[in-house]
Design a protein around this ligand. Sequence first.
Ligand SMILES: [Zn+2]
Ligand SMILES: [Zn+2]
Ligand SMILES: [Zn+2]
Length: 123
Amino acid sequence: MSRHQYDLIQCMKQPGRSIGLVCQSCEGRCPICDSYVKPTTKVRICHDCSFGHLYNKCIICSNFLGDDHELGTPAYYCLECVRLEKDREGCPRIVNVGSLKSDMLFNKKKAAAAAGQSSGLLK
Ligand SMILES: [Zn+2]
Ligand SMILES: [Zn+2]
Ligand SMILES: [Zn+2]
């Protein structure tokens, strides 16, 4: 469950017919709990996640999978998550990898600039 304690958010929309693909370093890894034990049910992702800029990226770490998904392999939920019916909760794609990091960096820069300005005014 480690991922959920951090700032990564899963899409959780109604899954469609598209199979979720992962990169080679995420192969066999459950997108819910990170387990490599007993991959059981193929992951399906929602319409939005199977199109546009997301469609050829790993659903777990957003690694590029090649123009024709040639580096991607189907993702599987582990037995434990299937047993807990987590595979029915919705599209498991991680949607904010990277974007959040750059947002934070941006805000920090802004804050630093603001602090610099106000201390400049005080002088
Ligand atoms: Zn799992
Ligand atoms: Zn989705
Ligand atoms: Zn990956």
